[in-house]
Design a protein around this ligand. Structure first.
Ligand code: MN
Length: 234
């Protein structure tokens, strides 16, 4: 027996200090995980359980951004409000379900800088109608991710500045310690809903300051302790 056409290969994320690649399986994203961002989206940031949405983990959606180079992504179709969201990305190295908060860290293979690119107008329309967010969130080229830093090199990341610049102008600035649900709590909660597997990525949410990006602009995202990423919209 053979496949009727070649099955797609996994996206491989670069790992700092290694020639090996991290194969991506699924992409989970946390919604409204910084209070100031919840407020700017029109919500009261009380500590409701975190909520999740997904992006495809395939090579159409996930864009590995090499260290020290600017990746290009196309401006997507059918939007007039294409937004950036700078996020800490957690790479799962050991799977599990019903993971305890205090055990969560050992399931983390490494960390990276990511962008949860969003067709905000389509997302808002779906939100108003109580419909799924996929057309606003899960489109092609919607998940640029930088190189992984292994947890052994970074240590457990609980704090660190996160910033996003558009053409060198600061637009988002916060700190990982401002996460409403910590990385450990996110992993614990997510693992009650889905059996996590090695290769899963978790986008942990964006701070305040989200906004639109235009063709020709370059997004630069930095998180203390991780390789920065630069992405140009074409
Ligand atoms: Mn997001």
């Amino acid at each position: 027996m053979s496949f009727v056409f070649p099955p797609p290969a996994a996206v491989g994320l670069a790992i700092e200090g290694s020639d090996d690649l991290f194969p991506v399986r699924r992409v989970y994203c946390v919604g409204r995980n910084y209070a100031a961002h919840a407020r700017e989206m029109g919500f009261d940031p009380d500590r409701e359980p975190p909520f999740f949405f997904c992006k495809p983990g395939d090579d159409a959606s996930v864009v590995p951004v090499p260290a020290g180079r600017t990746a290009a992504i196309p401006y997507p179709a059918l939007t007039a409000s294409y937004h950036y969201e700078a996020e800490l990305v957690v790479a799962i190295g050991e799977g599990g379900r019903d993971i305890a908060v205090e055990d969560a860290v050992r399931h983390i293979h490494g960390y990276a800088v990511g962008l949860d690119m969003t067709r905000r107008d389509l997302q808002m329309k779906m939100r108003e109608q109580g419909r799924p967010w996929e057309i606003g969130k899960a489109f092609d080229f919607s998940a640029p991710v930088g190189p992984l830093r292994l947890r052994g090199a970074s240590g457990e990341m609980k704090a660190g500045a996160i910033t996003l610049e558009v053409d060198g102008e600061l637009r988002q600035k916060s700190d990982i310690r401002q996460l409403i649900w910590s990385v450990g709590e996110v992993i614990a909660n997510l693992s009650t809903l889905f059996a996590l597997q090695p290769g899963d990525l978790v986008f942990t949410g964006t701070p305040e300051g989200v906004g639109a990006v235009q063709r020709g602009q370059t997004l630069t995202v930095r998180i203390d302790g991780l390789a920065p990423i630069a992405v140009r919209v074409e």
